[in-house]
Design a protein around this ligand. Structure first.
Ligand SMILES: *Cc1c(COP(=O)(O)O)cnc(C)c1O
Length: 389
């Protein structure tokens, strides 16, 4: 215990200690935190679907019909109708032969990479990929070649260098929208490379699904290359307002995962309510209402970003609803986020290992149902907090 206590004290001293907070009530653009109403500027519930009446109703109805839990993993007896319905819907949404649910995005990424790759294989991974992809690469025991962020030319040079000693499968893996930078992967260039070098391309669209593209099908729709992606991974807990994750892909790939993916095999299936809620959310995403929510999200994002850019803040490469403000070191970052919270604006300072050393930031996320006046106020407060830490 004593050395753990010392470790925590050291984290305190360096501004690196993490701790938990409890939001009161449902997730929305404003929430209660420690008894006070605050503007929520750090949720991935981008379209507000987590508390949407139709989504909530679907979860209640599924619980009434199917119960609260599934009682076992899919391979035992935990597979139920809401899961099969949702998989069918996800496959249609991404235009693939099928889809397979996982309990979280973390379980999906670790389970897909571990299930599909082995020691003879090579995985090419973007330097800013999500931690769950990094852990999946480790679990897979494949050789991992990290390429510079979003740099297709550098990736090609690495692939050319690897080619002479190739033994097994090759897989390129990237976030569609990068979770801490808010930029979009160069997918058309990656599609060309995966074709040229006979590799598979996996996109983690945790932050693109529901949000990007005319129909909300994600970053690949946005960039016009939906058919070029072999493995469409995405999550149900962000824009879709529920919980869980999926892989949409060819049937053969899914069948291998059912047989080999440890996080899929050895874990109790998602509750029926989570699957039914995600299915209701997908229906909204595909509807006129979904189009309007995406338009509202884009307008809100433009307004917010324009204010911050006017003041010359470094928003890294943000192109989406994820808007980082670079602050550098941990201490000023956490001071700024504390000051913002005092002013009723709730967003998180992001530190290593989530981002590289010296690249700490305030990570703001815009929602479709934020009031424009609230975003104006938040932008002013951020400018003040970052300017005078
Ligand atoms: C959030 C996130 C995940 C993990 O998804 P969970 O369902 O929260 O476990 C995976 N990849 C990316 C890019 C993410 O942002």
């Amino acid at each position: 215990m004593e050395n753990w206590r010392q470790e925590l004290e050291e984290l305190d001293r360096t501004g690196m200690r993490r701790s938990l907070r409890t939001v009161q009530g449902a997730q929305g653009p404003r929430v209660r935190l420690e008894g006070r109403e605050v503007l929520l500027l750090c949720s991935n519930n981008y379209l507000g679907l987590a508390a949407h009446p139709a989504v909530v109703e679907a979860a209640i109805e599924a619980t009434a019909r199917f119960g609260a839990g599934t009682g076992a993993s899919r391979l035992v007896c935990g597979g139920m109708e809401p899961h099969a319905d949702l998989e069918e819907r996800l496959a249609a949404f991404k235009g693939t032969q099928g889809a397979l649910l996982f309990n979280t995005g973390y379980a999906a990424n670790t389970g897909i990479l571990q299930g599909l790759l082995g020691p003879d294989d090579v995985v090419f991974s973007d330097a800013l990929n999500h931690a769950s992809i990094i852990d999946g690469c480790r679990l897979s025991r494949a050789r991992t070649v990290v390429y510079p962020h979003a740099d297709a030319a550098a990736l090609e040079a690495l692939m050319a260098r690897e080619a002479p000693q190739r033994k097994g499968r090759w897989l390129i893996v990237t976030d569609g929208v990068f979770s801490m930078d808010g930029d979009v992967a160069p997918l058309p260039a990656l599609v060309r490379l995966k074709e040229k070098y006979d590799a598979l391309l996996m996109v983690d669209d945790a932050h693109g699904t529901g949000v990007l593209g005319e129909e909300g099908r994600g970053s690949a729709e946005h960039l016009g290359c939906l058919d070029g992606i072999d493995l469409h991974m995405g999550t149900l807990g962000k824009a879709l307002g529920s919980s869980g994750a999926y892989l949409a892909a060819e049937r053969t790939v899914l069948d291998i995962l059912v047989n080999r993916s440890r996080p899929f095999i050895f874990s109790t299936n998602l509750p029926p309510s989570a699957a039914a809620a995600a299915r209701a959310a997908l229906q909204i995403v595909a509807s006129q209402e979904g189009k309007e929510l995406r338009a509202s999200l884009r307008r809100n994002r433009e307004l917010f970003v324009a204010r911050l850019r006017q003041e010359g803040l470094d928003l890294l490469g943000s192109e989406t609803q994820i808007v980082p403000v670079l602050t550098g070191e941990p201490a000023p970052t956490m001071a700024a986020s504390t000051r913002l919270l005092e002013e009723g604006i709730f967003l998180q300072g992001i530190r290593p290992p989530t981002v590289p050393q010296g690249r700490c930031r305030l990570r703001a996320t815009v929602m479709a149902d934020h009031a424009p006046a609230d975003l104006e106020r938040a932008a002013r407060a951020i400018i003040d907090a970052v300017g005078a830490p």
